[in-house]
Design a protein. Structure first.
Length: 94
């Protein structure tokens, strides 16, 4: 089973690599950074993080699906967040 990194884990790792900064400062910066990413996406802007990837909003068209009970359900048009990995990051994975 794969491990999962939570906010607290990431803040701890950043703190260990940057002992000159207090965990509260790192936590505040972390929150500000992710709030900014969310706000940019909500405004319809793509968010490109160099050597990591790009987040953007995609619109999904309405579609019909067959549910497990045999009925046909309608999934309405909706928006979703998409992530495209950067070429550099992808090359490091493979």
């Amino acid at each position: 089973m794969k491990n999962r990194a939570y906010k607290e884990d990431l803040i701890k790792k950043i703190s260990e690599k940057n002992p000159m900064y207090d965990k509260k400062v790192i936590s505040k910066f972390y929150n500000i950074m992710f709030d900014m990413i969310k706000n940019e996406l909500l405004e319809g802007n793509d968010v490109n993080i160099s050597n990591f990837g790009t987040f953007n909003i995609r619109e999904k068209k309405e579609k019909k699906i067959h549910s497990i009970d045999g009925s046909i359900k309608n999934i309405p048009e909706h928006k979703t967040i998409s992530f495209t990995i950067s070429r550099d990051f992808k090359n490091k994975l493979n």
